[in-house]
Design a protein around this ligand. Sequence first.
Ligand code: GCV
Length: 716
Amino acid sequence: MLAVLMLTMGSLSCATRARAEDGYDLWLRYRLLTPEQVKRYRRHASELVVDSFTPTQIAIRKELQRGLSGLLGQNLRTSDTVTGDGAIIVGTVSSSFIAHLRLDTANLGHDGYVIRSVVADGHTAIAIVGNNDTGALYGAFHFLRLLQTGQPIEHLDLRESPQIKLRVLDHWDYLNGKVERGYAGASMWDWWKLPDWRDPRYTDYARANASIGINGTVLNDVTDGATILTPFYLEKVAALADVFRPYGIRVYLSIRFSAPMEIGGLKTADPLDSRVQAWWRAKADEIYKRVPDFGGFLVKANSEGQPGPKDYGRTHADGANMLADVLAPHGGVVMWRAFVYSQANPDDRAKQAYNEFKPLDGHFRNNVLLQVKNGPIDFQPREPFHPLFGAMPKTALMMEFEITKEYLGFATHLVYLGPLYEEVLSSDTMSRGKGSTVAKVVDGSLEGHSLTGMAGDANIGTDRDWCGSDFNQANWYVFGRMAWDPTQSSRALAEDWVRMTFTNNEAFVKSVVAMMMGSREAAVDYMTPLGLLHLMGPGHHYGPAPWDASESEADWRPVYYHRADHQGIGFDRTRTGSNAVAEYAPPIATQFNDLKQTPDQFLLYFHHVPWEYRMRSGQTLWYELVAHYTQGVDDVKKMRETWRHLDGYIDDERYQQVATFLAIQEKEAQWWRDACIAYFQSVSGLPLPVGYAPPLHSLRYYESLSFLYVPGFSSW
Ligand code: GCV
């Protein structure tokens, strides 16, 4: 009997462990620390002192209890006074209990916090004090992170406040449950069961976001239609807002510009029409009645077939301002997307958003943010920064990054996006002299804007691990942390994430961080090196198709972008070409205009270059192209090798999945390399450089591949 019981208990604990390590817990795993750490930390975490019972304070308490009991293996006493050494005191600057500690909390900033080692009532304690409840929540998560990553907590004196005001996830989720460019299952929002059933996953989603400072969520896709604005759905939206509120997260909605016609019975959506304005005003009032802290609207207008103000001969500013006016009395904002280009316009697609919006600088209301993608084309593995950054000083520009890996290998490729975000944010626009970085445009400091924002197109779905792979979680994580402070190092954030998600084992951390940091460059190399971009398969964007000219529109075709011919390759955007360089500040324009000064990584983005051109390395362009493609594949092989050596450091389930996904990545990297080399060789007519293996298959084979039901493509 005892044996049976032991067996059952054994398999139970295995089952529990397996379930617990399926990635659901993200970076909030709170597993028991080492005995030495537990001993060291327990002295500082014996009781939890709180004096308020707001929903956020209750959430803080729950999180600290959950975190500390997991990490330290002991439950915390809760009390309203300090009874001995080792108390953790949590509150806000407005609490009299906190005031009594006499901490310097001046100029803490909205949602800021301090974490200080203090003496309270004669006992040593740690005070976590927020400027408001949400700040205290952020402080609590920061405190837990210190323990999770093995930091000393003996003499704490930390002070933090977000550098960017709106830190938002944009979900490209449809009401029918699909997720555009989603590789992690279906939409998390179970619209059908809402508002009654509030899946506990919504709370865990809010916890995860709050732990990295995200304070807004746009629930639906920018092309989702108008139905979300009907009362039936607004009631459901309100239920989600209720779940997220204690975690400091506001809900926003993507709206369709033609909603007054689609669900309002009007004959027009002209923003200057008074009936249209009245309809939106009433709609805004209705929303705020249900969701008093509603954040506002996200709008994709006159872009890729979406309706917009230009349908009525009005400008983007007319459209945005009309919506801004109805939201302003409630404190809401409009996030108006600058991702516009038109196939009717023969000009270089890279120039079109700038040409459209630059003249509108200074024409937007002060509750409008112009949401600009990081690069001028569309979230490619590498693009130069968008020329609108630094070019519209009188407009609040918010950054839009893509977290979901539409162009970077979907769920399976290990590509850590921190270096991409960091590269863009640290780019110098030179718009106000040296040091005018994109980060300073986005955090408002360069041009004196207080309304600031950063949006990330989410990679989250119903998959148990949320993001389709364990390593994709790092991209959600790094987005949030960089939105909090856009000057942070992607390496340091990768390290935090690895420690919290896997283990503090130094050998593991070192190897995995190095692997993550090199992963984006590897993907650039095996997909689109030397400034190439947009070489992927049509529509679904899966795999290589540099030959493809099947898309209906010229600027959806890879051949539009690489322009390879017998002489050379690349898009001439110099002054004698499309002159896209002129959209950058003069010193940058001069640099990019000059073939010799253009960094290799942007070479073929700005120049059409002969195949035999001598690169900085002394090798020809053709040689370098083949070398980069090959390097990308070799780097993935090295990543697999690194991972092979890490067997045993973490749970088997996550280990095996990463190992298998890396094998997929190697296979697909090889495919990218071979297909691209086969195609470009067919155009250049040049022999492969000595020492480089020929593609595994013929060009015809690669061209013959076609794929149905690729995930994330909404048109199936
Ligand atoms: C939401 C790219 C993507 C689309 C996306 C669009 C956008 O074109 O492929 O899926 O649509 O960007 O950002 O609006």
